[in-house]
Design a protein around this ligand. Structure first.
Ligand code: PLP
Length: 447
């Protein structure tokens, strides 16, 4: 009889009691290969000794000092590290406690930037359908996850949504990749014009869409054109790298691959790897300068921003990734993962698409290959697959609604950067077995 309000009230969860590298262990001693890092969080796996030691050392010095009164060595060191490894245009970081907080701060900072510049008429945000930017009301409003938005729709600030860049579903048969990239990006320009050429604050997007659409990388050229459009209308580009950033795709910042400059980038999950709750907002020099030479303060804060223990964990996670050259491992194991997934499941009649980058993979589950028709929305294939995988000792992240918010099932994989070849094999073996079991259960429910 738990007194905790769990996510699903009737759902009985196993009790996690320990962790060891890429495994979580429950109270019965059963081991689960963490194939999704929870929600793409645990980039160093569990109980990494370097991170534990750093958090303990900080705990012995100081846990918390309110940021209106003090800064701390550890926070300054973390900021130095993050900025030194970020794209060159970022000069400052604002440290918060979650991805939603990072996005919320991005929206407010973007608005304040235009107030500082004397453009108070800018009040619109444009975002994309099939995206997720967080659970707080501002982040939820710009998010395009229909299932999560629907109950709160009357409470949300106005935000306009355009289509995502989602080649498997949206690219036309007679269209080249470049044509599709242009068509998808040009929707942004149409929307800016519709709202008013000097009325839009920012466009926000996940460079690689995460859980809502099931790991969807953009086609080449899409973000370059988005950047051009933003520049044409003075619109800021906010990239949400909460899930896809901090090395998950093989590059520390997912947008590095697109060769573009972002104005604001939100990061979180992989920043602290789950060892402490932490997120951050990175800002371009001109945004910081506008505040510094204007009102002199960001009009937004939380009690726990810049928390010393969280900073210690994040710095240790980031140094471990850098010193161990773990992004090389992400690329190497990622290539092995995609090769293994394609070999085992590439021709499976109910796997329509295998996509992603680095150690970030999405599998879209379908009823029919040729028509790409999904299983009926009432058949929870994603949950059946997750249940089968848990039985088989594998954690995967399930999702539904990847086609239009209601139809479509998918899963997401995000194993830790420290995984070895044997873990990739274990993951694919257990996943292939679980897919077979879940599809049989779904087919018998459909019959
Ligand atoms: C892309 C993206 N943005 C924002 C968030 C919100 O982060 P948090 O749950 O830490 O508030 C998430 C969480 O899944 C996410 O995937």
């Amino acid at each position: 009889m738990s007194k905790v309000l769990h996510r699903k009230i009737q759902h009985r969860l196993p009790r996690a009691t320990g962790g060891e590298g890429p495994y979580l262990i429950d109270a019965s001693g059963k081991r689960y290969l963490d194939g999704c890092g929870g929600a793409a969080v645990s980039c160093l796996g569990h109980n990494h000794p370097a991170v534990l030691e750093a958090v303990r050392a900080q705990l012995d010095k100081l846990s918390y000092a309110h940021t209106a009164f003090f800064t701390t060595d550890i926070l300054e060191e973390l900021a130095e590290h993050v900025i030194a490894h970020a794209p060159d245009n970022f000069t400052h970081a604002y440290f918060v406690s979650s991805g939603s907080e990072a996005v919320e701060a991005a929206l407010k900072l973007a608005r304040q930037y235009f107030l500082e510049r004397g453009e108070p008429q800018r009040s619109h945000f444009i975002a994309r359908r099939l995206s997720y930017h967080g659970a707080t009301l501002g982040a939820l409003a710009v998010g395009g996850n229909e299932q999560r938005r629907a109950p709160y729709a009357p409470l949300l600030i106005k935000a306009a949504h355009i289509a995502p860049c989602y080649a498997y579903r949206h690219r036309r048969e007679n269209e080249s990749e470049a044509e599709y990239a242009a068509r998808a990006a040009d929707e942004l320009e149409q929307k800016i014009r519709e709202l008013g050429e000097d009325r839009v604050i920012a466009f926000i997007a996940e460079p690689v869409v995460g859980a809502t659409a099931g790991v969807v990388p953009p086609v080449d050229g899409y973000f370059a054109r988005v950047r051009e459009i933003c520049d044409r209308y003075g619109v800021l580009l906010i990239l949400d790298e909460v899930m896809c950033g901090m090395g998950r795709t093989g590059d520390l910042y997912a947008h590095a691959r697109e060769n573009i400059r972002a104005d604001l980038v939100a990061i979180a999950k992989g920043l602290g790897g789950g060892y402490q709750p932490i997120g951050a907002l990175l800002m371009d020099a001109r945004i910081h300068d506008a505040l510094a030479s204007g009102s002199g303060a960001f009009r937004h804060s939380h009690t726990y921003i810049g928390h010393a223990l969280a900073a210690a964990a994040a710095l240790a996670v980031q140094q471990t990734i850098q010193r161990g050259k773990l992004l090389d491992n992400v690329k190497k194991r990622g290539a092995e993962l995609f090769a293994a997934l394609r070999a085992r499941l590439g021709d499976h009649p109910h796997i329509g698409d295998i996509r992603g980058r680095g150690l970030f993979a999405g599998l879209e589950l379908i009823a029919e290959r040729d028509s790409k028709k999904p299983f009926a929305a009432e058949i929870p294939l994603h949950s059946l697959l997750q249940e089968a995988a848990m039985q088989n000792g594998l954690m995967i992240y399930p999702g539904s609604g990847c086609i239009d918010g209601a139809q479509g099932h998918h899963i997401m994989l995000a194993p830790p950067f420290i995984c070895e070849r044997a873990h990739v094999e274990e993951l694919t073996d257990k996943l292939a077995k679980s897919v077979g079991q879940a599809v049989s259960a779904a087919v018998s429910r459909a019959a």
